[in-house]
Design a protein around this ligand. Sequence first.
Ligand code: C5P
Length: 217
Amino acid sequence: MKKNYNLRIAIDSPAAAGAGTVAKSISKFYNLFYLDTGKIYRYIAYLSLKFPKKFNNRFLKTKIKKLKISDLNNKNLLSNEIGIEASIISKNKKIRKLVHQFQINFAYKPPKKYNGSCLDGRDITYKIIPDADFKFFITADVKVRAKRRFKELKYLNKNISYAEVLKSIKKRDKSDYNRKISPLKKTKDSVLINTTNLSKRACFLKIKNIIDRKIKK
Ligand code: C5P
């Protein structure tokens, strides 16, 4: 796509609402630098479980400094256990602060070959990219989200029941929405997208229409 704009897109959503899927397809379509910020918290959770003795602020600082996007593609980060641990460590103020700058750099300084950036997470619309060109809050019924996540985990050969997935998504929702620091919320200036009855394609088109209406003016 011809580069005649520089877009910043911020997306917040609860777990398994389809934000990652649509953020990826939108990023591909508009050639945006994409970051799933949940993966960073998952990566930190993974480090805390793998290196419990070494895990302190200094250790983490070094790891974040050296963090490469390829570190976030590790399939181990997708497990339910890591997701639960991520929602626990993400309540830590010092950890959030460490991750904050990485995300801001990613959002505001994408490599030149991109037409901007797109980040999804829990606090992107109001903390990481408060001046985003587009803000979305993507959600879906909790049972639908649990079904989707269950299917994904089955595909990855993870041994887990639907009931367990539902329980852990509810637990994470409670923690993410109610925590004191950077809680998940829909900001007034975010467009609400409910994907309960939307296919991936329909969700992509809904967001694409909103973006096109503004950039094609
Ligand atoms: O998006 P994902 O489910 O991979 O995120 C894992 C956990 O990381 C979330 O439950 C949330 O607690 C935390 N998180 C966060 N802020 C973000 C992204 C994720 O606190 N921007």
